[in-house]
Design a protein around this ligand. Structure first.
Ligand SMILES: Cc1ncc(COP(=O)(O)O)c(C=O)c1O
Length: 394
């Protein structure tokens, strides 16, 4: 066999997801792309702010020395400085530029962190439902993924987290605002999580690291703010990117920031920088780093996502589906009246593409991504109603 057993298992496990995508592609070929309401992809469609294009044009014209060259593996010092200023504000904690590593997106940052932290067999706990790629990122570095249930409203189940912590636990990974549910963890639950981790770290005589994956930090609705992690817990690492906030997912630009007081901070930072190099990322893309520095404080037009969220909530409510109203990101995760894969099939008959929740560790739900024009959401109104009616008759 040419391909490793692990990758063959991954390919086999993903086959039904692929099948759903293939069926969606068939529908588009048959009925025309415009007639299919495709809510399956988390690829932001809201354009980057106009300042991004302007900054890019300026950068090309600047003709700076080493515009496209290698730089230190952690990133250009002036870019790390700009990120340190951004993170210090967001985290309400002074973070020095030495605690920043520029990475190939949040995905790159997570891989760098796991490469640096994990011994084979070390466990990483994260709440379900979850971002599908977490499992792969943990296993890439011989770690063991340990998903734990969330509460009904997708808030943190601290009892489940506590029960899952054991001698091999190395880190807890959280994501807020959350993919796939749009949930935003509140100050109080984060404070309680921090207290739990503090207690457990003391019991174990070593720190449990808290990794906060925040690529949607500034995509929040209803005037809400994403709480800061750093003031709550010293052994924490923030991961973020410009994939969603600036709609630049293909440019692969993100960063990690280590708490200024984290235990083992010098060694950890050296390990992250080395991991960025030896994983083959070498460094985050040079041009995108410069762009991130220029546009660090910018965000896409969040009100567009908020309007779509409101419209989706109205349509799903009208169809009789139960859901938790998203507070951020661009996903909604309604409950399904029947098995989630079956319900996706019924939706397909209505030319609506959704992803079964079981793929995210949340069976009995579907994920709908609202990275599509509002007109598609509006057009799905009757289809949702009919699918629910059909489901009732089964
Ligand atoms: C929760 C979460 N984490 C990380 C990522 C990876 O983002 P990036 O493009 O910055 O690597 C995504 C992308 O969808 C995501 O939803």
């Amino acid at each position: 066999m040419a391909v490793s057993q692990r990758i063959r298992d991954y390919l086999a496990g993903a086959s039904w997801i692929r099948k759903m995508f293939e069926e969606g592609a068939k529908l588009k070929a048959q009925y025309g792309v415009d007639r299919v309401c495709d809510f399956s992809l988390g690829n932001p469609d809201v354009p980057p702010p106009p300042s991004v294009k302007q900054a890019l044009e300026e950068l090309i014209r600047e003709d700076a020395p080493s515009l496209h060259g290698y730089m230190p593996n952690a990133g250009f010092p002036f870019v790390r400085e700009a990120m340190a200023i951004k993170v210090s504000k967001e985290q309400k904690t002074a973070v020095p530029m030495e605690h920043i590593v520029m990475t190939c997106g949040a995905a790159g940052a997570l891989n760098v962190i796991f490469k640096a932290l994990l011994e084979p067999g070390d466990e990483v706990i994260y709440p379900a439902p979850f971002f599908v790629e977490y499992k792969f990122y943990v296993e890439n570095h011989q770690g063991i993924p340990k998903p734990v249930p969330s509460r009904e409203d997708f808030s943190l189940d601290l009892g489940a987290i506590e029960a899952a912590i054991g001698p091999r636990t190395k880190a807890i990974l959280i994501n807020s605002p959350h993919n796939p549910t749009g949930q935003l963890y509140g100050d109080n639950e984060l404070r309680e999580l921090a207290q739990l981790l503090e207690k457990k770290s003391q019991e174990m005589g070593r720190p449990l690291y808290l990794i906060s994956d925040e690529p949607y930090r500034n995509l929040v609705f209803d005037g809400l703010e994403t709480p800061a992690i750093f003031p709550l817990y010293p052994h924490s690492i923030v991961v973020s990117s410009f994939s969603k906030e600036l709609s630049l997912p293909g440019e692969r630009i993100g960063f990690l920031a280590l708490h200024p007081e984290a235990e083992g901070k010098e060694e950890l930072m050296a390990a992250f920088v080395l991991a960025n190099r030896i994983l083959g990322f070498v460094n985050a893309p040079a041009l995108a780093q410069r762009l991130a520095a220029k546009c660090a404080e910018e965000v896409v037009e969040v009100s567009i996502y908020e309007r779509r969220r409101d419209l989706f909530c109205e349509i799903l409510r009208e169809a009789g589906l139960e859901f938790v109203k998203p507070k951020g990101a661009f996903y909604i995760f309604p409950k399904t009246p029947i098995d989630d894969v079956e319900f996706c099939r019924l939706l397909q008959e209505e030319l609506i593409l959704a992803v079964p929740g079981r793929g995210f560790g949340g069976p009995g739900h579907i994920r709908l991504a609202f990275c599509v024009d509002e007109s598609y959401i509006e057009r799905s109104r009757e289809g949702f109603k009919r699918a629910v009616e059909k489901a009732k008759k089964l």
